[in-house]
Design a binder for this molecule. Structure first.
Ligand code: MN
Length: 729
C-alpha cells in the first residue's frame, strides 16, 4: 500500500479529485508520524494510509479521505489543531477533531466507558456522520492488525467492537464494514468456533462453487432473452452469519438454508420483479422465504428482493435481486449518501443526507410499527432535534428548545406527571431550562407530587408533551372533582342533620342518578365538584329519599301493629343502554340481567372485566383495573364476567393505508377483505396531487383488536403498501 495505490483508487470513482490536496495530507501525516512504529514494526503512516484506502472503497469525498490520512495526528503528534486549520481548512479539521474526541475516553470504569463511547458516537453523528465513518474505517484496520497485540488487548478490542462499532455500522447500513468487523471479532472472541465454521465452509467449497456457477449460467441464459442489463455474482455468506445460525439458533451446518447465494443487480425496480419472475419459473421457491424489502425497506434503508429456492440436486440457495442504487445503499449504507458523486448539486444531496439521518433516527427508535410511530411524532420531527441522554446512557431525541419536562414525558407519562425537578449534568435546573445537545438529564420524581402544573404548557416544546399534560388534567381534574363533589354533598347533608351514611346508600344514589340522567354516582359527584350541578339539587333528592325511607320504616312498624297490606310502589328504572345490544357478557346468572358498560372506564373486547351488580339496574361492567372497582365499598356485589367470544359481536375500527398509486391496489385490498370475510362499512380513497400515492381510509367491522392487527399485517404484505395504521378517533 502506497499513496499511489490510494490515488488510483480514488480516481477510479472520482477522476477530478484534488490530487494535490490528498498528497499534501499524506505528506503532513508522514512527517508528523515520522519515527513512530506500529506493533507490526511497520512505519506508523501505513495505518492512516489503509484507513484512507478503506474510505476510498466507500467512495468518500476528498475531505473524508484527508481526514482518514490525518486522523491520528492531533492526538499522537506535535501537529496542532491550529496548524491543521491553517493548512487544511475548517472542514477537514472538524472531521479530524471529531475523530480525536471520540478517542479520549480511556479513564473511567469499563461499563461507564462504553456508555460514554456510545454517547460520543451518536453525538458526533448528529454533527457530521463522516466522523463516524472515519472512526469505523480506523477500527476496521486496527482489527485487521490485531494479531500483533497481546491476547488481553485482543479480547478487549474485539469485545468493544462487537458491542459498540458493529451495531453502529449496522444502523448506518455499512454492511461491508459491518461484515468484516463481525468476522474479525469472531476470530478473536471465539477462535475455536471461527476455525470450525471456516473448516465447514471450505470443506465443500469447490462443490459449492460449481453449483453457484451452474445456477448463474442457467439464469444468465434466461435473462439474456429479456434484453435487459444485469450483473450476476455469487455471494459468499459471512462466517459470522453462519456462526450465528449454528451457535445461537442451534442449527447444524446442513440445516442452514442459504449457504449458497447469488445476487442479481439490474437498472430498475421493474426489472427486479421481472428477474424474480424468471427465477421463480426456473426453480421452485421455498414457501414463506420470499421477502420484499423493496416495498418494505429495512430500518437501515436496505432494499432488495430475497427468495430461497430449491436448486438442482435439491440443494437450496438464496437469490437477492436489487437495483444498482439499492446495491450502493446495501453495501455502503449511509456512506453511499456522503460519497462523492459527479455532477450532483450540493444542495439536493445535502437535503437527501438530512432526510437520511432523520429517517434513520426515527427508525432506530422503533421496532415494530414505524409508520404508526412516524405519524404520532410528525410534529416533533419536523423541527430541529437535540440529542440528550438519560443517566443510563439512553439517547433521547427531542425537538430543539425542549425542556426537562419534555424529556420526562418522552420517557413516560408517569415520569412527567410526577416530575418535581430536574438535573442537567448533575446540577439542578429549573423545569423550563432549555436542553442542549449532549447533556445528561435526570428527572426527580415524587409519588406525592401534585401533578403537572398548567404553567408547564407555556414552556414545553413538543406537541406530544402538551397533549399528555392536557390529558392529565382531563383525567386528574375528574378525580379531584369527584372527591370534591362527594365532600360537598356530605357536608350539606350533615349541615341539615341528615346522616350521610344512611342518606347516601347505593340504592339512593342509583335512584338519584337515574332521575338526573347521570350514568354513575361518580359522574354525578364530578358534576357537583365541577359546579355544573348544584349541591342542593342533589341533596334535596337524597333528603327526600331519606325521609321516605324513614317514613316507610315507621309505617312498617305501624303496619305490623295494624296488620294491613303494604302498597307496593315500583321504583323508577332507566332503560337499557346501547351496549347491551352489541356485546354479550358471559357470567354466572348474568343471562337475564340487563348489562351496561361503565362509563368511567369504557371496557372494550379484550380488556379484563368485572361485573358490578347495581340496585335494580342490572349489571354494570367495568374494566378489572377500574379505580371504582378497586375502591368499591361493596366487594360482595362484584361478579365474574367475561366477553362472550361465541357470539359474533362486532365493533368498528378505522384504518388508514398509504400506498403507491398503482392500478389494482385498491382491488387487492378489497379482495383481501373479502377473503378474510371482513365487512367494510366505509371506504374512502384519494390520491395526492402529484399522483404518486393513494390514501385509503377503511372502516371495518371487526371482532377484536387482534383481528385488526392481523388485517394490518396482511395489508402491509400487499405489494405497493407504504404504511398502515389504526386511525385514532
Ligand atoms: Mn487510528
Amino acid at each position: 500500500m502506497t499513496i499511489e495505490t490510494l490515488i488510483d483508487k480514488i480516481k477510479s470513482y472520482h477522476p477530478t479529485t484534488d490530487e494535490a490536496l490528498i498528497r499534501r495530507a499524506y505528506h503532513a501525516a508522514s512527517v508528523a508520524h515520522e519515527g513512530q512504529k506500529r506493533n507490526s514494526g511497520e512505519p506508523y503512516i501505513i495505518h492512516p494510509l489503509h484507513v484512507a484506502y478503506i474510505l476510498a472503497e466507500l467512495q468518500m469525498d476528498d475531505a473524508t479521505i484527508c481526514a482518514g490520512l490525518l486522523h491520528d495526528v492531533l492526538e499522537d503528534t506535535e501537529f496542532t489543531k491550529d496548524d491543521m486549520i491553517t493548512t487544511f481548512g475548517e472542514e477537514i479539521t472538524t472531521l479530524v477533531d471529531g475523530v480525536t474526541k471520540l478517542k479520549q475516553l480511556q479513564s473511567k470504569s469499563k461499563v461507564e466507558n462504553q456508555v460514554d463511547n456510545y454517547r460520543k458516537m451518536v453525538m458526533a453523528m448528529a454533527n457530521d456522520i463522516r466522523v463516524i465513518i472515519v472512526k469505523l474505517a480506523d477500527r476496521l484496520h486496527n482489527l485487521r492488525t490485531l494479531d500483533y497485540k497481546d491476547r488481553e488487548k485482543q479480547i478487549e478490542k474485539a469485545t468493544e467492537t462487537i458491542e459498540i462499532y458493529v451495531p453502529i455500522a449496522h444502523r448506518l447500513g455499512i454492511s461491508t464494514i459491518k461484515s468484516e468487523l463481525e468476522d474479525l471479532c469472531l476470530k478473536f472472541l471465539d477462535p475455536d468456533a471461527y476455525y470450525e465454521v471456516s473448516r465447514l465452509v471450505n470443506k465443500r467449497i469447490d462443490e459449492r462453487k460449481a453449483f453457484i456457477h451452474e445456477i448463474i449460467q442457467e439464469l444468465s441464459e434466461e435473462l439474456d432473452k429479456l434484453n435487459m442489463k444485469f450483473e450476476i455474482s455469487g455471494r459468499p455468506k459471512t462466517l459470522y452469519s453462519i456462526y450465528k445460525k449454528m451457535y445461537q439458533q442451534n442449527k447444524s451446518f446442513d440445516q442452514i438454508f442459504d449457504v449458497s447465494a447469488i445476487r442479481v443487480i439490474v437498472d430498475t425496480v421493474k426489472d427486479c420483479y421481472s428477474v424474480l419472475g424468471v427465477v421463480h419459473t426456473l426453480w421452485k421457491p421455498i414457501p414463506r422465504r420470499f421477502k420484499d424489502y423493496i416495498a418494505m425497506p429495512k430500518a437501515n434503508m436496505y432494499q432488495s428482493l430475497h427468495t430461497t429456492l430449491i436448486g438442482p440436486g435439491g440443494e437450496t440457495f438464496e437469490v437477492q435481486i436489487r437495483t444498482y442504487e439499492m446495491h450502493q445503499t446495501a453495501e455502503y449504507g449511509i456512506a453511499a449518501h456522503w460519497s462523492y458523486k459527479e455532477g450532483k448539486s450540493k444542495r439536493s444531496s445535502f437535503d437527501e443526507k438530512l432526510t437520511w439521518v432523520r429517517q434513520l433516527m426515527e427508525w432506530q427508535k422503533t421496532t415494530t410499527d414505524s409508520s404508526e410511530y412516524m405519524e404520532t411524532l410528525k410534529g416533533d420531527f419536523f423541527s430541529d432535534e437535540v440529542y440528550v441522554f438519560s443517566p443510563q446512557g439512553d439517547v433521547v431525541e427531542l425537538a430543539r428548545g425542549s425542556t426537562p419536562v419534555d424529556f420526562a414525558y418522552r420517557i413516560h407519562s408517569d415520569v412527567g406527571n410526577h416530575c418535581v425537578g430536574a438535573k442537567v449534568n448533575g446540577r439542578l435546573v429549573p423545569l423550563d431550562h432549555v436542553l442542549e445537545n449532549g447533556v445528561i438529564v435526570e428527572i426527580l420524581t415524587s409519588k406525592n407530587s401534585a401533578g403537572p402544573s398548567r404553567d408547564w404548557l407555556k414552556f414545553v416544546k413538543t406537541p406530544s408533551t402538551k397533549q399528555k399534560i392536557r390529558q392529565y388534567f382531563k383525567h386528574a381534574k375528574r378525580d379531584e372533582n369527584i372527591e370534591m363533589g362527594r365532600d360537598m354533598i356530605v357536608q350539606d347533608l350533615k349541615k341539615d342533620g341528615v346522616p350521610p351514611n344512611e342518606a347516601m346508600t347505593e340504592e339512593a344514589l342509583q335512584n338519584v342518578i337515574a332521575r338526573m340522567s347521570f350514568s354513575s354516582p361518580n359522574d354525578l359527584f364530578a358534576a357537583v365538584g365541577f359546579g355544573s350541578q348544584t349541591v342542593g339539587s342533589v341533596t334535596s333528592k337524597l333528603k327526600e329519599l331519606f325521609e321516605e325511607k324513614r317514613e316507610k320504616e315507621a309505617e312498617k312498624n305501624r303496619e305490623k301493629e295494624s296488620d294491613k297490606a303494604a302498597l307496593h310502589v315500583p321504583t323508577q328504572q332507566k332503560g337499557p343502554t346501547a351496549g347491551d345490544d352489541t356485546i354479550r357478557i358471559r357470567g354466572e346468572g348474568v343471562t337475564n340481567l340487563q348489562v351496561k358498560f361503565a362509563q368511567c372506564c369504557t371496557p372494550v373486547p379484550g380488556d379484563k372485566i368485572v361485573g358490578y351488580i347495581t340496585m335494580g339496574r342490572g349489571i354494570s361492567v367495568h374494566r378489572a383495573d377500574c379505580v371504582n372497582i378497586l375502591n368499591t365499598q361493596n366487594p360482595e356485589r362484584l361478579i365474574e364476567v367475561e366477553w362472550d367470544q361465541t357470539e359474533n359481536t362486532k365493533f368498528f375500527s378505522t384504518i388508514t393505508i398509504r400506498a403507491a398509486n398503482k392500478t389494482g391496489y385498491m382491488a387487492s385490498v378489497v379482495e383481501l377483505m373479502t377473503k378474510q370475510d371482513v365487512n367494510m362499512s366505509g371506504i374512502q380513497a384519494h390520491t395526492d396531487p402529484e399522483g404518486n400515492t393513494t390514501t385509503i381510509v377503511l372502516t371495518l367491522e371487526i371482532e377484536d383488536a387482534n383481528q385488526v392487527q392481523e388485517l394490518m399485517r396482511k395489508i402491509r404484505q400487499l405489494q405497493n403498501t407504504i404504511s398502515v395504521y389504526r386511525t385514532k378517533s
